[in-house]
Design a binder for this molecule. Structure first.
Ligand SMILES: [Zn+2]
Length: 509
């Protein structure tokens, strides 16, 4: 009996040892936000700062084989600005290859359709999620912690599929601001007295709220760090820029955006926004999360060409902005009578109610997941779309093109009206006596009017010439470097601008 019992134990130990490698990954423990911070993300009156967020990201990156934590540069106040790369362990082994595929398809240079299809089949969707850009919009940075944890640890089918198909870049947009705003809010021991309203200084050292007006010139350290990842390193196909707050009487302003549509970039950006916007709004309705509004329901359009989201459009990225309500101090959803009625831009109105921060976190998770789900399902399509837009941009540079603006349409309309008036004048009364009648129904007239939209002198520029003889040549050099101009022939210019270069030392060799 004794011998038998010993033998059984021995067998059990051997069995467990053999099974251990298979069991371990499923049992791998990833520290949850509640374990680390002592409360759930979005708990009432609680707001972790950047130092704690950074510590948490480091901890999870050591625990999860789905995470690689990068520092993309320093902030204006010298903090490390982090970007977590989250994907499946299998993808993690080939990050360099996937980055290269993303770059090749985005730039499209020398990549024909056959190669593009091969690359798109092999490649992974690169999906950017940032948070915290506007630091008093505290939801952005807090939701980043939640989605980072979920993607790093959840084992449901959707999460695993997303991780197989996507490389997700989880980026903190303004660490200094989060540190300042969270510390300010939490400094008051009485939670009922916690507030953002008295914050004494800008939440970006130099630009405050205008840190989202810098992406076209990269004057701020934080913008430069992010632009490098977006436009030189990773070339994400979709970028998602979280903001706060939603229009009164709703919870979230979402894509697609209202008119006027920006006519300065590829039209597939506009239709791409329709595509991702539909997926996002549809998921909210099916999860019975009311209060999303889009198109004419909010102020946001595809204009303002210098923001983090909108600059991405000029690089053929689908850029998402959402504006969501929420505060760690519980608040109320206001009553706006018109917004109790369903409309094309508000399919599921929300009733006035008390609103807790955790609900805003849940909304952010749903929106992230809606887009990641779509990115996963249409991975190859999004990669091919990016190549198509890049190819079209290259082709556009080989031919004459005209960007049709309201000003040019107004000029054409004025000409049509002028011709109509002339046709209707007394000397023309009783019938046409020569000349072409100004009717837009006539193909001859239409050709003439369309020609007004395409005057040779109004063609889009194919290149810009920056004269080397200008007085402030070092600044011109700086511009060329920032635009990564391929025609930056420094030696010739240096010769011609020797005198200027002696007065102001050049900023690079
Ligand atoms: Zn904002």
């Amino acid at each position: 009996m004794f011998r038998l019992r010993r033998a059984s134990r021995c067998t059990a130990v051997i069995f467990l040892a053999a099974a251990l490698p298979a069991i371990l990954p499923a049992q791998q423990h990833i520290t949850s936000p509640k374990e680390f911070f002592g409360h759930d993300i979005g708990a009432d009156y609680m707001l972790p700062n950047y130092t704690k967020l950074h510590e948490y990201f480091i901890k999870v990156s050591k625990e999860s084989d789905r995470v690689k934590l990068d520092t993309i540069g320093l902030t204006s106040e010298g903090r490390p600005q982090i970007m977590a790369i989250v994907t499946s362990p299998a993808n993690m082994k080939h990050l360099a290859r996937y980055k290269e595929i993303s770059r090749k398809l985005a730039l499209a240079d020398g990549v024909d359709s056959v190669e593009a299809h091969k690359l798109a089949k092999e490649g992974k969707m690169v999906f950017w999620i940032d948070g915290g850009l506007h630091a008093t919009e505290v939801l952005g940075a807090q939701q980043l912690i939640e989605i980072f944890w979920q993607l790093s640890s959840f084992t449901d089918d959707e999460t695993k599929r997303i991780l197989d198909d996507c490389i997700i870049l989880v980026v903190h947009a303004n660490p200094d601001g989060m540190e300042q705003v969270s510390d300010w809010y939490m400094k008051e021991p009485d939670k009922l007295k916690r507030t953002f309203s008295t914050i004494p200084r800008l939440y970006n050292k130099y630009a405050g709220h205008d840190d989202n007006r810098d992406s076209f010139m990269n004057a701020l350290q934080e913008t430069t760090n992010m632009s490098r990842q977006m436009f030189i390193e990773w070339h994400p196909q979709i970028m998602y820029n979280h903001h706060q707050t939603g229009p009164t009487g709703t919870i979230m302003a979402a894509p697609p955006y209202r008119d006027p549509a920006n006519y300065n970039f590829h039209p597939a950006i506009i239709t791409g926004l329709d595509l991702v916007g539909a997926a996002l709004n549809h998921r909210f309705v099916l999860e019975n999360k009311p209060g999303l509004t889009f198109r004419a329901g909010s102020n946001y359009s595809t204009w303002w060409n210098g923001g983090l989201r909108t600059t991405a459009y000029f690089h053929n990225m689908i850029g998402i902005l959402t504006e969501t309500i929420g505060s760690p101090t519980p608040m109320r959803v206001s009553l706006v009578p018109d917004r109790q009625l369903r409309s094309a831009g508000l399919p599921l109105p929300v009733a006035p109610q008390e609103w807790h921060f955790r609900q805003s976190i849940d909304y952010s998770v749903t929106s992230n997941r809606a887009l990641l789900d779509l990115a996963s399902k249409y991975r190859e399509q999004f990669l091919m779309d990016r190549w198509r837009m890049g190819t079209d941009a290259i082709l556009a540079g080989m031919h004459d093109n005209w960007t049709i603006s309201p000003k040019r349409v107004a000029a054409m309309t004025a000409q049509i009206e002028k011709d109509r008036t002339a046709t209707a004048s007394p000397e023309n009364a009783g019938g046409r006596r020569g000349g072409t009648r100004a009717t837009t129904g006539s193909s001859v007239a239409n050709d003439r009017y369309m020609a007004l939209l395409k005057k040779p002198e109004d063609r889009d520029a194919r290149a810009y010439i920056i004269p080397s003889t200008q007085p402030d040549f070092p600044t011109a050099q700086s511009l060329c470097r920032r635009s990564r101009s391929p025609v930056c022939k420094c030696s010739a210019r240096r010769r011609r601008s020797r005198q200027t270069a002696r007065r102001i030392p050049p900023t690079h060799g």
